[in-house]
Write a protein that binds this ligand. Structure first.
Ligand code: PBG
Length: 328
């Protein structure tokens, strides 16, 4: 034994206090963005079956949910709209009194300090469920850009603080930046879903937002999960076009991409810990197969460690409660 030389890594793991001192990454309420589903109608608080603990709220019921988010110290929400009527061109997305616009007005009137991020996309509002104008079975890029730009401007007119375009049309950041600037909104940041994969993990969201494509899939506009270099090209375009934040979506299976972007760009980086990721954790923990709190906090810290500055997650409220519990 006397000839044996090795490092004693365990020295720094000896007790909780020491572990706290050498911890490289931490989580706090400031890291989170909480997604909220606003639905047209009245007296609706409807749990999404595949997302236990997540609800669709009509505007008259949204107040308590937002109050809880604010009370927990979460600085920001992302609002998704579930309209009662849809059409081929997604009129509800850019209507002055659309569901997201009305929800935004309501929230901002009561909580001016809460940052409201608008998801700027058409799929929740189109009857075919695609993210833009469809012709000959595919989404037409440039025409869709016009509608997207209109949507962004109407969301900002309603009070949205940040625009988050998620439809993956080429040039969406450029088109939205130009439209916002022309409308006098030079100071509104764009949080681009720069790298968004055509993922199976969006399933529960599409139940929640009623936005499943009625034919085909999103593979002509969302990215192939097999590609890494293409993610860098996507991000580069958005940076050139003027994005203020970059997002990677989904989170868990794409932590390598997140790290690549962190190493390449100095913009704030966001991860979307998506609905399917949430559903997996919920299902396993409800079966008693994993410890929900420990699992969620581990997943979230991993996203931060991988390079995320902000995490858009359905676990946000629970995570903050657990962090507070642990701090006591
Ligand atoms: C809109 C949009 C989607 C999600 C966020 N914005 C669905 C999709 O692209 O099909 C998914 C979020 C989640 O799964 O939690 N385009």
């Amino acid at each position: 034994m006397s000839e044996l030389h090795f490092d004693r890594h365990r020295r720094l793991r000896k007790n909780p206090t020491l572990r706290r001192m050498v911890r490289e990454t931490t989580l706090s309420a400031d890291d989170f963005i909480y997604p909220v589903f606003a639905v047209e109608g009245e007296e609706i608080k409807k749990e999404i079956p595949s997302m236990p603990g997540v609800f669709q709220f009509s505007l008259d019921r949204l107040g308590d949910e937002i109050a809880e988010v604010v009370e927990l110290g979460i600085p920001s929400i992302m609002i998704f709209g579930v309209p009662s009527e849809k059409d081929a061109v997604g009129t509800g997305a850019y209507h002055t009194h659309g569901i997201v616009q009305e929800a935004t007005r309501l929230v901002k009137a009561k909580y001016p300090e809460l940052m409201v991020i608008a998801d700027t996309c058409l799929c929740e509002y189109t009857d075919h469920g695609h993210c833009g104008v469809v012709r000959d079975g595919d989404v037409v890029n440039d025409e869709s850009l016009e509608l997207l730009a209109k949507t962004a401007v109407s969301q900002v007119e309603a009070g949205a603080d940040i625009i988050a375009p998620s439809n993956m049309m080429d040039g969406f950041v450029a088109a939205i930046r130009q439209a916002l600037d022309q409308a006098g909104y030079q100071d509104i940041p764009i949080m681009s879903y720069a790298v968004k994969y055509a993922s199976a993990f969006y399933g529960p969201f599409r139940d929640a937002a009623d936005s499943t494509p009625q034919f085909g899939d999103r593979k002509t506009y969302q990215m192939d999960p097999a590609n890494r270099l293409e993610a860098l090209r996507e991000a580069e375009s958005d940076v050139q076009e003027g994005a203020d934040f970059l997002m990677v979506k989904p989170g868990l299976s794409y932590l390598d991409i997140l790290r690549d972007l962190k190493n390449t760009y100095d913009l704030p980086l966001v991860t979307y810990n998506v609905s399917g990721e949430y559903a997996m954790v919920k299902a396993a923990s409800q079966n008693g197969w994993i410890d929900e709190k420990a699992t969620v906090l581990e997943l979230l810290i991993s996203m931060k460690r991988a390079g995320s500055d902000l995490i858009l997650t359905y676990h946000a409220k629970d995570a903050v409660k657990w962090l507070k519990e642990d701090a006591r």
